[in-house]
Design a protein around this ligand. Structure first.
Ligand SMILES: Cc1ncc(COP(=O)(O)O)c(C=O)c1O
Length: 522
C-alpha cells in the first residue's frame, strides 16, 4: 500500500532512520500483514505446504522473497460471499472492529500449517516454523512503512501482550533506579481497558504517577485532541518538576472510536521531553495507512486479526529510538518477545495468505480501507439522519468505524444500559453492534442533543468491512426506529428490585476479584 513519505522532522532519534538494526521494537499481534504492490501482491511465499518451507537463514529475519508470476484477478462479489460463507447469514454483523474476520482461504492455510505441525512435530519446530515466521515478519515490515527491517518486528499474541511487555520495561526502570518514584506515565482517558490495567499493574505499582488525558467526545477536530493532550502533559510535567517517562497514545481509540492525530501527539511528546512513546494501534493496520518511522514512536503495536484478515492472535510493538532493555541483537530480541514455547503458531504463519487475499481487491489493502471508510461514513450519516442525531467524530477522524448518536429518548444512562441494549439488538433484531454510554460531556459544554431536544447519551459504533452490505445497516436503523416508536426506554430492561454488581460489592457479598471484572469492547 502506498505509505506516507517518511519524515525525520518528528523524531529526535535520527539514528533509527539510518540503522535498521537499531533498537526499535514493532510489536505486531498475531496476524501480520504486508505491503501491497501495484501488481500482484507481497513477495512472500504463501500457502504453506510441507515441501515449500525452507530452512531459515542464520539471522531468522532475511527470508528471501519468492517472485510471484501474475497479479490475481479482482475478486468477485460471489467470491467474497464464498470467502465469508462461514458467517451467520441471518445476523447483521456490523462490528468488525471487535473481533475482525478471517476469510476461508486464510483459514484453509491455517489448517494446512496445523496439519504440517501435527505430521512431524520436531521437523516443524526445528525446520519449518522459523522460516515461516520470518516470512510473516517480513510481510508485516513491508506493511508498516518504507525501510522497516523485519528484525524490528516481533509477532506476539495480541496488543495486550505487547502493552505488558512495554510496561514491564517501565517497571524495571523504576526497580533499577533509572526512574524516580513519582515520575509520570501519561495515557488517554479512552486508552483500552486492558492496557490501562497493565499501566496500573506494572508502572503505577512500581512508583509511577499516572495522568489521564481527558479527551472530548463528541470530538470536533484533531486540534481539539491535541489541545487536551498538551494541557494534560503540562499537568504531568508539573511545571518541570516531574519527568514524564512514557506516553501511551492510541492510534484509533476503541470506544468511543476516534482516529487520533498520533503523529502530531508524538511530536508534542518529543518537543516536551517525554522519554518514550508507546502507540497502541490495535485497530490501525488495515484501517489506515501506517508509516511507523514517520509516526516516530518508540513502540508501536497493532492487531492483525481485526482489520488484516488474520485469525486471532496479535501483532507487536515497534521500538524506535535509543537503546533500552528490550533492545538486543535483532534475532534474540525478536525471540525474547515472540517465543513463548510450544503452542499453535498457525495464526502467525498465515500473514502472507492474508496479504494474498487483500491483493485480490482493487487497490489492495489501501483500496479496501478507502472504500470501508467511505462506506462507514455514508452508513453513519444515513443512520444519523434517520435518528435525528449526528456522528461522534468528523469523517476525517473515522477509519472504517464510526460512532453515531442514538436517540436520547432511549435513556441510555450507564454502561450496563448500553450492554443491555446491545444484547437486545442481538437477541431481538439479530444485529451485532457495540453501544457506548457517554458519561462525560465536553467540559463546559452542554451534552449534545438530538433533533427532538433529548440529550444524546448513547452511541452505536458501526464498522464496515468487505463483506458488509447496506441492508445490514438498514436493519439497525429500523430496529432503533421501532424502539423509539414503541416508546422503549432502558428503564424497561433494568432488573427491578435487584442489586447490581456494585451494590453486591458494597455489601461485601461478592468476592473481591469480581471487582475487576468488566466487559471490554474490542
Ligand atoms: C485500542 C485497543 N488496544 C488494545 C486492545 C486489546 O487487543 P487484544 O484483545 O488483541 O489484546 C484493543 C482491543 O480491541 C483495542 O481496541
Amino acid at each position: 500500500m502506498p505509505l506516507p513519505v517518511a519524515s525525520s522532522t518528528l523524531t529526535r532519534r535520527p539514528s533509527s532512520k539510518t540503522s535498521p538494526s537499531s533498537d526499535r521494537l514493532l510489536a505486531i499481534s498475531a496476524s501480520p500483514h504486508s505491503v501491497l504492490r501495484p501488481e500482484n501482491t507481497h513477495p512472500m511465499a504463501s500457502a504453506p505446504h510441507a515441501d515449500q518451507v525452507t530452512p531459515e537463514p542464520e539471522s531468522g529475519d532475511t527470508a528471501a522473497p519468492a517472485k510471484r508470476p501474475r497479479a490475481p484477478p479482482i475478486i468477485t462479489e460471489v467470491e467474497i460471499r464464498t470467502e465469508f460463507a462461514h458467517h451467520d447469514g441471518a445476523v447483521s454483523r456490523i462490528n468488525n472492529g471487535t473481533f475482525g474476520c478471517c476469510p476461508a482461504s486464510v483459514l484453509a492455510s491455517r489448517s494446512r500449517w496445523q496439519r504440517l505441525f501435527l505430521s512431524q512435530l520436531d521437523a516443524f519446530y526445528f525446520c519449518s516454523l522459523q522460516p515461516g515466521l520470518a516470512r510473516s515478519r517480513a510481510a508485516v515490515a513491508l506493511a508498516v512503512g518504507a525501510g522497516v527491517d523485519p528484525s524490528e518486528v516481533s509477532l506476539v499474541d495480541n496488543a495486550t501482550t505487547a502493552a505488558a511487555i512495554v510496561m514491564q520495561h517501565v517497571a524495571w526502570s523504576f526497580a533499577e533506579g533509572r526512574f524516580s518514584r513519582g515520575d509520570a506515565v501519561l495515557m488517554l482517558h479512552y486508552t483500552y481497558s486492558s492496557v490501562k490495567k497493565s499501566i496500573h499493574a506494572y508502572a503505577a505499582r512500581a512508583g509511577a504517577t499516572v495522568v489521564e488525558v481527558p479527551l472530548p467526545f463528541p470530538v470536533a477536530s484533531p486540534s481539539a485532541v491535541a489541545a487536551e493532550f498538551r494541557a494534560a502533559l503540562a499537568v504531568a510535567k508539573d511545571g518541570g518538576r516531574r519527568a514524564v517517562r512514557l506516553a501511551v497514545i492510541d492510534h484509533i481509540t476503541s470506544m468511543p472510536s476516534v482516529l487520533i492525530p498520533v503523529k502530531e501527539l508524538v511530536a508534542i511528546c518529543r518537543e516536551e521531553g517525554v522519554d518514550k512513546v508507546f502507540v497502541d494501534a490495535a485497530h490501525a493496520i488495515g484501517q489506515v495507512p501506517i508509516d511507523v518511522r514517520d509516526i516516530g514512536a518508540d513502540f508501536y503495536t497493532s492487531n492483525l486479526h481485526k482489520w488484516f484478515f488474520c485469525p486471532s492472535r496479535g501483532l507487536p510493538p515497534h521500538p524506535q529510538g535509543r537503546p533500552h532493555r528490550l533492545a538486543a541483537p535483532p534475532p534474540r530480541r525478536v525471540q525474547r518477545s515472540a517465543w513463548i514455547g510450544v503452542r499453535d503458531y498457525s495464526a502467525q504463519l498465515v500473514v502472507p495468505d492474508a496479504v494474498d487475499f487483500m491483493a485480490r481487491f482493487e487497490g489492495g489493502i489501501e483500496g479496501i480501507s478507502r472504500r470501508n471508510h467511505d462506506k462507514v461514513v455514508e452508513m453513519g450519516m444515513m443512520l444519523a439522519e434517520a435518528w435525528g442525531t449526528f456522528l461522534g467524530a468528523p469523517p476525517e477522524m473515522c477509519g472504517s468505524m464510526a460512532m453515531i448518536g442514538l436517540p436520547g429518548c432511549l435513556g441510555i444512562d450507564s454502561d450496563e444500559d448500553a450492554m443491555r441494549v446491545r444484547d437486545m439488538l442481538r437477541n431481538d433484531f439479530k444485529v451485532e453492534v457495540p453501544i457506548f454510554h457517554n458519561s462525560r460531556g465536553v467540559e463546559g459544554k452542554e451534552m449534545d442533543k438530538d433533533a427532538k431536544g433529548d440529550e444524546v447519551t448513547g452511541y452505536v459504533r458501526i464498522s464496515h468491512q468487505v463483506y458488509n452490505v447496506r441492508e445490514e445497516y438498514e436493519v439497525l436503523r429500523d430496529a432503533v426506529n421501532k424502539l423509539v416508536l414503541d416508546g422503549f426506554t432502558c428503564a424497561k430492561l433494568r432488573p427491578s428490585g435487584k442489586c447490581g454488581t456494585a451494590d453486591l460489592l458494597l455489601l461485601g457479598l461478592l468476592p473481591k476479584p469480581y471487582a475487576s471484572i468488566t466487559l471490554h469492547e474490542g
